[in-house]
Design a protein around this ligand. Structure first.
Ligand code: URA
Ligand code: SF4
Length: 216
């Protein structure tokens, strides 16, 4: 079955050097078919000593073009919400459950627009070793889980954001006890109807405040 496992370096250093080695190795990953039609791997990025680790779903169109996570519209919503909640985006580490952009071309219209498609469980599972390897090198005080895909990648397919959001969860993740806060994905703010958007955004900010309050 699909897996990134053979593409992981046998041994990596610690901290920043280790993360750099992972990032370089991930550029060559062919662990599932998602690498085929993309610009490249979008690995996690940020402060190696981050107190807050943020986990999203997968890169979007702009992230794929630029090779960095959360630099498109959802990233702008996220950064603003983090700041409002009192978390410095520049001192966090941001990554995704899946490291390649999955999309389909918009039908009709002018052809080439790429529309996000949710990754399958197989692809999430295939990409899991990269996330586990990042986690092993980081030591966050709190992990922010953005949306259903990130939640399922960490907790399994029974995870429901609506049930778990906005509460400090203590759970074992890849053999280590972690403190986590789940919330909606920032793209849900972008997708919301005009009249609901402020409420949806406020919900995101209020969940992030729970994460901010969990910092020691
Ligand atoms: N959405 C995500 O989940 N991750 C990104 O990096 C960008 C958009
Ligand atoms: Fe490898 Fe993950 Fe990309 Fe699939 S999505 S090719 S497992 S990095």
């Amino acid at each position: 079955d699909y897996t990134a496992e053979p593409f992981l370096p046998a041994k990596v250093g610690r901290g920043k050097a280790g993360l750099r080695a992972l990032r370089e190795a991930a550029e060559e990953c062919r662990g599932c078919p998602l690498h085929r039609n993309t610009t490249g791997t979008v690995f996690g990025d940020g402060d190696p000593h981050a107190r807050v680790l943020i986990i999203g779903e997968q890169p979007g169109d702009q992230e794929d073009r630029r090779g960095e996570p959360f630099v498109g519209p959802a990233g702008r919503v996220l950064d603003r919400a983090l700041e409002e909640a009192g978390i410095d985006p520049a001192r966090s580490y941001v990554t995704n459950a899946v490291k390649h952009f999955k999309f389909e071309y918009a039908s009709g219209g002018r052809g080439k627009r790429r529309i996000h498609k949710a990754p399958s469980l197989r692809e999430m599972t295939a990409c899991g070793p990269w996330l586990a390897a990042e986690l092993a090198l980081l030591a966050p005080e709190v992990i922010v889980v953005l949306g259903a895909t990130a939640g399922k990648a960490l907790f399994g397919s029974s995870f429901r954001v609506t049930r778990e959001r906005g509460e400090l969860i203590e759970r074992e993740v890849h053999g280590r006890s972690e403190r986590l806060v789940a919330t909606i994905h920032p793209s849900a703010v972008l997708r919301a109807d005009d009249e609901d958007r402020d409420d949806v955004r406020e919900g995101l900010v209020s969940d992030l405040r729970v994460a901010a309050a969990a910092l020691r």
